[in-house]
Design a protein around this ligand. Structure first.
Ligand SMILES: *[C@@H]1O[C@H](CO)[C@@H](O)[C@H](O)[C@H]1NC(C)=O
Ligand SMILES: *[C@@H]1O[C@H](CO)[C@@H](O)[C@H](O)[C@H]1NC(C)=O
Ligand SMILES: *[C@@H]1O[C@H](CO)[C@@H](O)[C@H](O)[C@H]1NC(C)=O
Ligand SMILES: *[C@@H]1O[C@H](CO)[C@@H](O)[C@H](O)[C@H]1NC(C)=O
Ligand SMILES: *[C@@H]1O[C@H](CO)[C@@H](O)[C@H](O)[C@H]1NC(C)=O
Ligand SMILES: *[C@@H]1O[C@H](CO)[C@@H](O)[C@H](O)[C@H]1NC(C)=O
Ligand SMILES: *[C@@H]1O[C@H](CO)[C@@H](O)[C@H](O)[C@H]1NC(C)=O
Ligand SMILES: *[C@@H]1O[C@H](CO)[C@@H](O)[C@H](O)[C@H]1NC(C)=O
Ligand SMILES: *[C@@H]1O[C@H](CO)[C@@H](O)[C@H](O)[C@H]1NC(C)=O
Ligand SMILES: *[C@@H]1O[C@H](CO)[C@@H](O)[C@H](O)[C@H]1NC(C)=O
Length: 411
């Protein structure tokens, strides 16, 4: 594989890499330590570095890796308040982690030819306001961008990833990506207050938690394999025109203050629970006309006047609806589906509650208790009675506002 590889013994003994004078050569060391442009120049004859590149914390202000086409290892730069420019006009690939953290002076990050990275961990880059990735990163298994000064993520455009976590980028106003699928988790929270998110090509996603965004567009989304949760967003409407199912997880909308319209017209089945709570602007739930099966509980609490789930015929968990307004005509319809002990046909297998005119309807955003004066438990007799169980409170805390330090420690 390394036909032109230079023996590491010599290089290591000399403390620098040496290389043949051919046009393409691989230099191999366990670690390439870089503190200055001179350290990079000493690698001038290496087009590929096999080993981890570690940049120190007492460096030149500008570090230019042009000439090195490939890093077969990690590129790490941490805790440095001297570097302002990190760049390369020739590096196309970094196979390991591209890890930048706690760099308060880095303002230029320019890798114009870079298209493939093992993973991206960029945390606490508080002076970084623009990315210059002209070719664009098309491949990275995970992307974490946290606590930067970026207003756009243009240049990070992978088609598939296991994890994408974009949080605490207070100036971020737009994130558009041609992502087709996410195999583990997409988290977006605590970014700019007018963040518009658009994933026109996203077809399936495992878990997602979306908070504090102004718009969220997923026109092609068909399947949520895990859970999808929307908390404290600023959008007025949400639609997922092609979403047909969540295979095992929940759908939750909690405390989205401006939301008036949720439309998921093709959704037939939710594997877990279905929670809509404290979205006080929404009066009608009428965008789920094909929803038939819910594997967990249905919990809806809010300022509703009308709730329509015309195709509903199988709810494994509890059914618990509480409104500040009068929903007696919706309740009359749902009562027919209640367990036989409550006078219905048994399509709903868990505890049945449907209550109008409860001023406290919005005070309970927890899927497991009813929040109603009846005090009855909504825990289902089977299935996943705990509607939001798919994404634990702990994992939300880790990813949430307190997340920067915690994530930093996790890296
Ligand atoms: C800078 O790097 C040196 C050598 O790795 C390390 O001992 C020191 O703790 C680092 N300083 C900071 C502030 O991270
Ligand atoms: C960030 O880096 C600076 C040196 O630039 C260091 O003094 C500080 O302790 C680092 N902060 C953290 C949280 O590691
Ligand atoms: C994931 O998305 C990428 C890009 O759209 C696509 O090429 C790939 O086939 C998808 N994988 C699966 C399993 O759907
Ligand atoms: C952002 O969302 C979180 C929930 O994930 C919420 O606690 C917080 O209040 C929201 N912040 C704003 C400014 O809406
Ligand atoms: C939605 O699904 C239909 C039928 O599967 C398909 O023809 C259409 O292209 C999809 N729309 C988008 C935006 O993916
Ligand atoms: C998610 O569901 C889609 C569509 O059923 C499937 O193609 C994909 O492999 C699933 N992904 C995971 C991680 O199970
Ligand atoms: C979604 O997250 C839950 C809880 O962390 C996990 O159990 C589940 O396996 C995830 N689903 C997928 C498809 O990754
Ligand atoms: C309900 O949402 C509002 C924002 O619209 C928020 O201030 C309040 O804390 C939320 N209530 C609960 C119980 O989460
Ligand atoms: C709700 O949103 C759907 C889809 O975006 C749209 O067709 C419908 O007209 C909206 N309804 C209201 C009342 O705004
Ligand atoms: C929702 O209902 C509560 C309790 O009745 C009320 O205080 C609040 O003003 C209502 N919100 C809206 C947006 O109607």
């Amino acid at each position: 594989m390394f036909s032109k590889q230079i023996l590491p013994v010599l290089a290591a003994a000399a403390g620098i890499a040496s290389a043949a004078s051919s046009s393409s050569s691989t230099c191999k060391q366990t670690t390439f330590t870089i503190n200055s442009q001179a350290d990079i120049s000493a690698l001038a004859s290496c087009t590929t570095l096999t080993g981890n590149v570690v940049i120190g914390n007492q460096t030149d202000a500008t570090l230019d890796f042009s000439g090195i086409d490939e890093i077969d290892g990690d590129l790490t730069l941490l805790n440095n308040n001297l570097v302002s420019t990190l760049k390369s006009s020739s590096t196309t690939s970094i196979t390991g982690a591209f890890h930048l953290q706690n760099l308060t002076t880095l303002s230029t990050l320019s890798f114009t030819e870079l298209t493939s990275v093992g993973s991206i961990n960029w945390v606490s880059l508080t002076a970084l306001d623009v990315l210059t990735f002209t070719a664009g990163i098309k491949t990275a298994s995970s992307i974490i961008v946290s606590d930067t000064f970026l207003s756009s993520l243009d240049g990070l455009d992978v088609e598939s990833a296991d994890t994408i976590n974009i949080n605490n980028n207070r100036r971020l106003v737009s994130y558009t990506s041609s992502l087709g699928n996410v195999t583990d988790l997409l988290n977006i929270n605590a970014n700019g207050l007018d963040l518009q998110v658009s994933f026109p090509d996203l077809v399936w996603i495992a878990n997602m938690t979306i908070s504090n965004v102004s718009s969220f567009s997923v026109p092609s989304l068909q399947t949520v394999n895990g859970s999808m949760r929307f908390d404290s967003n600023f959008f007025e409407s949400f639609s997922a025109p092609n979403l047909t199912s969540t295979t095992s997880g929940d759908i939750s909308f909690v405390s989205n203050a401006e939301l008036t319209n949720i439309t998921v017209p093709q959704l037939t089945s939710i594997g877990g629970g279905f929670l809509i709570a404290n979205n006080t602007a929404i009066n009608k739930i009428n965008g789920f006309n094909k929803l038939k099966t819910v594997g967990g509980a249905i919990n809806m609490r809010g300022n509703f006047t009308d709730i329509e789930l015309p195709a509903l015929s199988d709810v494994k968990g509890a059914f618990d609806i509480v409104s500040t307004g009068d929903i007696s005509s919706s309740c009359a319809t749902f009562k027919k589906l209640a367990p036989s002990s409550s006078g219905g046909n048994g399509d709903i297998q868990g505890q049945y509650t449907c209550e109008s005119n409860n001023a406290e309807a919005n005070s309970d955003t927890n899927p497991t208790s009813t929040g109603s004066s009846s005090g009855s438990s909504s825990t289902g007799t089977s299935g996943n009675g705990n509607a939001a169980a798919g994404i634990s409170v702990n994992s939300l805390a880790v990813l949430g506002l307190a997340g920067v330090a915690v994530i930093a420690q996790m890296l």
